[in-house]
Design a protein around this ligand. Sequence first.
Ligand SMILES: Nc1ncnc2c1ncn2[C@@H]1O[C@H](COP(=O)(O)OP(=O)(O)OP(=O)(O)O)[C@@H](O)[C@H]1O
Length: 315
Amino acid sequence: MARQNRLLSVSDLVVQHRRAGRRPVRAVAGVSLDLGAGEVLGLVGESGCGKSSLARAVCGLTAPTGGEILFDGRPMRPLGVRRRAPALTGVQMVFQDPYGSLNPRRRVSAQIADGIRAGAERGERGATKLTPGALLVRVGLPEDLADRYPQELSGGQRQRVAIARAVAARPRLLVGDEPISALDASAQAQVARMMRALAVESGAGLLFISHDLSVVRLIADRIAVMYLGRIVETGPTAEVWENPRHPYTRALLAAIPHPDGAGRLPVELPGDASDAAAPPSGCRFHPRCPLAFEGCDREEPQLAADGVACRLYSS
Ligand SMILES: Nc1ncnc2c1ncn2[C@@H]1O[C@H](COP(=O)(O)OP(=O)(O)OP(=O)(O)O)[C@@H](O)[C@H]1O
């Protein structure tokens, strides 16, 4: 499908953070990806690889340093330029910490009502039929929680409220930045599945970001694996899960404990992830790669049409 026809199309995105008196950090170093309506893309990678920087740029919260973000075929402008709340553009984001994003002084019902209003203002069909109580039930909470304040709720309840508020705005694109990592392990898969259901049934695209490949694979149609600012592998979920090709994806998979406690042993990657402010030359993963060979420290592999950025597969 042509880029302009995708709900979200990111090409060669660069996000660089300036730091006073220190070298800038290129958190996103040339990323291209796309997402269709009703589709779920899982973005995975270790802490610090640039997932949040990418998510914030996609939502217009951070100005890109380079590249292009098309939303519905039109350039996504940073918030300062657009001067409109993301909800009014049809993009909603759910963050890891719902405490930071919910207003402690307003009742849950009022905050969800804000979302409903934003959807209605954009003229989204059905937005005015939504009610805070019905949305709470939809995210697995009792209706009467609407009268409470965020601090009266548990962390898991707050995160469900944040999801209800995001969905209330009838977004065309929902971005979850580690939306489940603060939840109990027992609730993570359930909440992830709920986000998928809510997005897909309303025809929205979902960009679901997590460091946990085992949860992402439960809900994503496609997976993109990010390492130090770059996408190193991407493909349909079943393919990436069953036949990971990039050595980094393999290491991520090998580190997932088997459900019965046996099976795969955690494999430690040698060394720490490199500093994004001073990435290694050549392939960014080569200092930790068990399969690195002659030349990997000089040539930076590009993401090929087969979805892998690794010299092992280039002819
Ligand atoms: N505002 C900022 N100013 C300076 N450096 C930043 C800023 N935001 C992020 N960084 C740096 O950019 C790199 C990528 O960070 P980012 O938060 O995007 O990654 P992440 O994969 O989302 O990690 P985490 O899951 O820990 O949030 C890191 O080296 C981080 O220290």
